[in-house]
Design a protein around this ligand. Structure first.
Ligand code: HEC
Length: 126
């Protein structure tokens, strides 16, 4: 049993890698995977965060107490690491923010939020 599991782990990535090479699409297919992950992350924040936060650049938060994701993402001092650390620790959350993220969701959400970082970012006037 144990033997089977180990050999499957070794064989599957090798098969995937060789399939990618045969078709000469390894770059294209990794871009597609990244796009799919972005789309999934967007759908996730739309379902779980958008009821309070503005999750896209141009919009306003439905809950005025909840900062817009674009404002969070464009803070000078914010890094992917600090954002992920905050998201991973539900104790930080305001009481009304009833979410609990699994590690891969933390990663996806942090990745998505950082796509909102932009040179052209302007804070809304208060
Ligand atoms: C029910 C409303 C609500 C929902 C849903 C919600 N939030 Fe929040 N969130 C808030 C409020 C309000 C604050 C601001 C709390 C404060 O400033 O004390 C906040 C703060 C934050 C902050 C920190 C902002 C800062 O100032 O440092 C992050 C990051 C964040 N939310 C991410 C998320 C993510 C990701 C989701 C979805 C998985 C989510 N929130 C869902 C209400 C919500």
């Amino acid at each position: 049993m144990r033997r089977t599991v180990v050999s499957t782990l070794l064989v599957v990535p090798a098969l995937l890698a060789s399939a990618a090479c045969v078709h000469g699409q390894s770059e294209a297919s990794s871009a597609t995977t990244a796009d799919a992950e972005q789309a999934e992350a967007f759908a996730f924040v739309q379902a779980n965060c958008a009821s309070c936060h503005a999750i896209e650049g141009g919009s306003l938060s439905s809950n005025p107490q909840a900062p817009r994701f674009v404002d969070i993402a464009n803070r000078d001092w914010l890094t992917r690491k600090s954002l992920a650390a905050w998201l991973a620790d539900a104790h930080n959350y305001p009481e009304m923010m009833n979410v609990d993220l699994a590690p891969e969701q933390v990663d996806a959400v942090a990745g998505y939020m950082l796509t909102l970082r932009s040179e052209d970012y302007q804070r809304l006037p208060d």
